[in-house]
Design a protein. Structure first.
Length: 256
């Protein structure tokens, strides 16, 4: 009987406290995204990640984890991120916005000219617009002030085009990545996805703004996998994008 009375008393005391006392303390931050002209940027995807220490088989690995569910900005270029109740030493917010959406691209494809030669050129332009995007990022302090909005201004991705040769010959079907020198944020978000060269060794894609002087080439053949890392690679600005003419020597490639 006494134990029942004790439990009843404890339960009564707990009921006196609001449930928020025992719930997780979540921080909600406002993110304001501006376009290149300083105007509110609608439909930008906002992601937040932090570097977590994960234990596996008596080893510690640093793994990027989502700090909050991703959100899309509204007509005012804003969104709210509800941060997880975790501590971190490295975290960042990254924003990305495509020039056109998939639905908008489909509408443009439907308006393509009927004449084959004109249609092909038209669809190439739509494909190019579909690949264009703008981006921005900012590190998050562990003591981020939730009362102050975080403002990020977008920068347009840079189109990189180029050609790779090996011993004077075009290098087809090679994976190429052009990037800037790595920063801490690269531990949270990838620099870029590799692109495949065509039969003439040419490549083209849109890269995150920066110095873009680091090139990684990966070649996969039946004889094995080889790679080559190049730094301080020069590029020539052109109307079509940054042009890279990369001449390499077969003996410089490292066999994996």
């Amino acid at each position: 009987m006494q134990s029942r009375m004790t439990l009843f008393a404890v339960g009564s005391i707990l009921c006196l406290f609001p449930t928020s006392v025992f719930s997780e303390t979540l921080r909600q931050i406002t993110v304001q995204v501006l376009d290149e002209d300083g105007k509110p940027a609608e439909r930008a995807e906002v992601r937040a990640r932090y570097l977590a220490n994960v234990q596996q088989r008596n080893k510690t690995y640093q793994v990027p984890m989502e700090l909050a569910p991703s959100q899309t900005t509204d007509a005012n270029g804003q969104c709210e991120l509800v941060l997880r109740d975790v501590s971190w030493s490295l975290a960042a917010v990254r924003v990305s916005r495509p020039e056109i959406t998939i639905d908008e691209a489909i509408e443009l494809y439907d308006k393509a000219p009927k004449q084959p030669s004109k249609r092909e050129a038209y669809e190439r332009k739509v494909d190019d617009r579909l690949n264009r995007y703008s981006t921005a990022w900012q590190k998050l302090s562990p003591t981020v002030d939730a009362s102050q909005p975080i403002t990020l201004k977008l920068e347009k991705a840079i189109k990189v085009i180029g050609r790779i040769r090996v011993n004077g010959m075009p290098l087809p079907k090679a994976f190429v990545t052009v990037s800037s020198p790595k920063t801490e944020v690269n531990k949270l978000f990838p620099v870029a996805s590799p692109v495949l060269t065509d039969q003439e060794g040419r490549f083209s894609y849109y890269a995150i703004p920066g110095k873009l002087n680091q090139v990684k080439i990966v070649v996969e053949r039946a004889s094995g996998k080889r790679h080559l890392n190049l730094s301080e690679v020069p590029a020539e600005p052109t109307s079509a994008g940054r042009m890279y003419e990369i001449d390499t020597v077969a003996s410089d490639y490292v066999v994996e």
